[in-house]
Write a protein that binds this ligand. Structure first.
Ligand code: GDP
Ligand code: IMO
Ligand code: MG
Length: 402
C-alpha cells in the first residue's frame, strides 16, 4: 500500500474517522499531524460507537501503530481520559500501539479559560486550541518535553499573567497547582513519548505504509479557510511535513466530503438550508457535534468549495460519505458556482434508500448521476462511497466509474 493522506474537504465532520478506519486495515502507521481534541472522529465497529479526539482512528486496527506529531496540541488530562475511555471500550493502547512527539504543545488550564472567555465569537469547541497555538507561535508555549523536565513554571506564570491582564474578572488557578497537575498527567504519558520523525523515517526506508489522518477540514484551515471563522492549525496537506518533522511522498490524497455539507460554529455558509429540508438532514444524518453535541448547520454540497479543497490538498480522489442521508429528498441541489447573488445550483432528481448498496451497480441511476456530477465538476474521481456508519457500509469504486 502506498502512503495515504486523508483530509476533510469541507468544514470538518465529513466522516474522516470511518474512512481512516477503512484504509488503516492496510497501514502500519496512522499519524495525526495537526489539531487537538477539538476533533471528534467516529467509528462504528460491530454496532459499537467509538469517538476519537486526538488519538488517530487508525490506531484501533491492531496492526497499525498510532503516532501524534509535533503539529498537534495536547491536554495531558484529556488524552489520559481518552485512553481510559478506549480501554473501557475494549481498545487498550499501550506504548507499543501509540507514540507522542515530545515537541507537542500542551494545552493548559489558562488556554481553556481564555478559549471559554473569548471563543464564543467564532463558536469554538472550547478545548483551548486557539490560545494554545497562539502561545506556540508567540514563543511562550509549553512543549511536552519542557513539562517533563520540570521547567514549566515560568512559562505557566507568563501565560497566567497574560490571561489575567486580558480578563481581570476570571478566576485562574495558581501556577503551582497547575504545574503539579499537568506534570502528574504528563508523567503518566511519558512512556508514550517517541521521536515521531525518526520513527517515520525508518518506516519510509522499509516501505511501511503510512496513513496520515487530517483533522477538521479545508475550509477551517488557518490560512485558507473562512478566516477568522477557522481553527488555529493547518488542516490541509501542507501541514503534514511540518506537523511530523519529515517530508514524505503522499501517493494517495483522499479528500472526504459528505454528499451534502455541514458546519458547526459561526461563519459564512452560502449553501446553508434553513427550513424543513435542513432539519430532515440534521435528524436523519444525526448531525450533532461529536465533541460538543452542538447541532450542526446543514446545507447543499458546495462544489466550488470542494474544488478549492482539491487544489489545496492536491487531491487524487474523493470519498463521499452519508449519501444514504439524502434518500427521499425529491430534488437535490448542487452548487456549481458562486455568482454575485449567491450560489448557482444545478438541480438533480433525488433517489430512495441506498443504504444496502455495496457496489456501483447497486446504486440507483439518480445516485450515480449525483456522484458523477461531483467528480466531473471537482475534477477528481470518487473512489470511496459510504452509505452508512458501520464498517461494511462502504464501497470502493473501480477505475472507470466517476
Ligand atoms: P469526522 O470528524 O470527519 O471523523 O466525522 P464525525 O465522526 O465527526 O461525523 C461523521 C458522523 O457520520 C459520525 O457519526 C459517523 O458515524 C457518521 N457516518 C459516517 N459515514 C456515514 C455514512 O455513510 N452514513 C451515515 N448515515 N452516517 C455516517
Ligand atoms: P473534526 O476533526 C467540525 C470548528 C469549531 C469552530 C472552529 C474553531 O471532527 O472534523 P476550535 O475549537 O478549533 O478553535 O474551533 O472550528 N471545529 C470543527 N468543526 N469538526 C471539527 O473537527 C472541528 N474542529 C474545530 O466548531 O467553528
Ligand atoms: Mg468530527
Amino acid at each position: 500500500m502506498p502512503n495515504v493522506l486523508v483530509v476533510g474537504a469541507q468544514w470538518g465532520d465529513e466522516g474522516k474517522g470511518r474512512v481512516v478506519d477503512h484504509l488503516a486495515a492496510d497501514a502500519v502507521y496512522a499519524v495525526r499531524f495537526g489539531g487537538g481534541a477539538n476533533a471528534g472522529h467516529t467509528l462504528v465497529v460491530n454496532g459499537q460507537k467509538v469517538v476519537l479526539h486526538l488519538i488517530p482512528a487508525g490506531a484501533l486496527r491492531p496492526g497499525c501503530r498510532g503516532l501524534i506529531g509535533n503539529g498537534c496540541v495536547m491536554s495531558p488530562a484529556s488524552l489520559r481520559a481518552e485512553l481510559a475511555r478506549l480501554a473501557a471500550a475494549g481498545h487498550p493502547l499501550d506504548p507499543a500501539r501509540l507514540g507522542l512527539s515530545p515537541r507537542l504543545h500542551v494545552v493548559t488550564p489558562y488556554h481553556l479559560a481564555l478559549d471559554r472567555a473569548e471563543g464564543a465569537a467564532v463558536g469554538t469547541t472550547g478545548r483551548g486550541i486557539g490560545p494554545c497555538y497562539a502561545d506556540k507561535v508567540a514563543r511562550r508555549g509549553l512543549r511536552l518535553e519542557v513539562l517533563l523536565r520540570g521547567e514549566a513554571a515560568p512559562i505557566l506564570a507568563a501565560q497566567r499573567h497574560l490571561v489575567a491582564a486580558l480578563h481581570p474578572g476570571l478566576e485562574l488557578p495558581a501556577v503551582e497547582a497547575v504545574e503539579a497537575e499537568l506534570r502528574a498527567d504528563a508523567e503518566a504519558l511519558a512512556p508514550f513519548v517517541t521521536d515521531v520523525d525518526l520513527e517515520l523515517e525508518a518506516a519510509v526506508r522499509c516501505d511501511a505504509p503510512i496513513l496520515f489522518e487530517g483533522a477538521q477540514g479545508a475550509l477551517l484551515d488557518i490560512d485558507h479557510g473562512t478566516y477568522p471563522f477557522v481553527t488555529s492549525s493547518t488542516t490541509t496537506a501542507g501541514g503534514v511535513a511540518s506537523g511530523v518533522g519529515l517530508w514524505i511522498d503522499l501517493h494517495r490524497r483522499v479528500g472526504v466530503t459528505k454528499a451534502y455539507s455541514t458546519r458547526v460554529g459561526h461563519g459564512p455558509y452560502p449553501t446553508e438550508i434553513e427550513g424543513p429540508i435542513g432539519d430532515q438532514i440534521r435528524t436523519k444524518g444525526a448531525e450533532f457535534g461529536s465533541t460538543t453535541g452542538r447541532p450542526r448547520r446543514c446545507g447543499w454540497i458546495d462544489l466550488p468549495a470542494l474544488r478549492q479543497a482539491a487544489r489545496l490538498n492536491g487531491l487524487t480522489e474523493l470519498a463521499v460519505t452519508k449519501i444514504d442521508v439524502l434518500a427521499d429528498i425529491p430534488v437535490l441541489r448542487v452548487a456549481v458556482e458562486h455568482g454575485p447573488d449567491g450560489p448557482v445550483y444545478v438541480d438533480l432528481p433525488g433517489f430512495g434508500d441506498v443504504s444496502a448498496a455495496r457496489a456501483w451497480e447497486e446504486l440507483p441511476p439518480a445516485a450515480q448521476r449525483y456522484l458523477q456530477l461531483i467528480a466531473e465538476q471537482v475534477g477528481v474521481p470518487v473512489r470511496i462511497v459510504s452509505v452508512g456508519a458501520e464498517r461494511a457500509a462502504l464501497m470502493t469504486l473501480p477505475e472507470g466509474t466517476p
